[in-house]
Design a protein around this ligand. Sequence first.
Ligand code: PLP
Length: 370
Amino acid sequence: MTKSVPFLDLEPSHEPLRGDLDAAWAEVVDSNAYTLGHLLEVFETEWAEYCGVEHAIGVANGTDALEMILRALEIGTGDEVVIPASTFVATAAAVVAVGATPVFTDVDSATMLITGDHLRAAITARTAAVIPVHLYGNPVDMSELSQVAEPTGIAVIEDAAQAHGAQIGDHKIGSLGRAAGFSHYPTKNLGAFGDGGSITTDDAQLAERLRRLRNHGRAAQSDQEYVEVGRTSRLDALQAAILSVKLAHLDAWVKTRREIVESYDEHLPHGLKRVGADLLTSSSPHLCVVRVEHRDRVRSELQDAGIGTSIHYSDPVSRTPAYGGLSGVHPIAESSADRALSLPLWPGLSEQQIVHVCAELGRAVSRVSS
Ligand SMILES: Cc1ncc(COP(=O)(O)O)c(C=O)c1O
């Protein structure tokens, strides 16, 4: 009998790296430098190079990354920031934190991503920025979006929290806007062993300001000169050292993730299609999401069969109590939220397990609809 399949298992990714991870931990202990310092600089250099940008700035988490980009671009009260309704609440939280207003758009039905048309329809005289979210690891068509944004001077800020290593043509996600915010939350495609985040950008002035903002507003060249109001939002040396170890494996993991979702695409029950399936070759699959009727009952049937699933997300942000009432009606985001079901996806998931998940999913779907 096939054993149960967890929604997520990080052990197969971490176990082969145990020696390197232990060495990284020891290096941090020996360094006596637990915030900022050499190990953070090493990760920032490697990560900038990987993403194909000039600068990477390690910060405390992905939400701070987005918030600080907005702050550094002086976006705030009176400004509107366009974001897709289908995203994690953090995208909206960052906008509200700087005093700006999130303007939610609907999303494309096949990809659940924002498009140029969505942005065009949302632009007003107050629009200062758009935050395309590369949801589930599938990249937004950035050239289409930039064509709409650029003539109007709207800043394009990538929410790359779910898409480490995704790539459009030769260009990595994180290099396709004014700046990008990444989350390194443990479950992410490049995850730390705790909270972590980073910002990537080609803009040297913006990078310098972000380095200041994350460190109490302290000038780079001085310990004692506080040139603007900042905060504490640094990526710890420990998390940076772990991320450096893991970064060396990111490409291999992205490849494996693509093979896994490709296998899902082959074995999913008739009539079900993975969200963003057509973007396979450019994506860094983070979540494998299908849409099913009677989702909660299907989920419970799968749970009874020992298969872990999750929901991303049960509400579009615009329908949550926290952000509801802010704006608009988003039929695709809303109907997707009611039907979205995330299936197991992690490096180490076997073909046999995928076939089993798909067979049980097929059985569950027929049972609840009969
Ligand atoms: C799309 C998206 N944006 C932003 C974030 C925020 O990242 P963090 O949890 O590191 O603050 C996340 C994290 O889950 C996310 O999925």
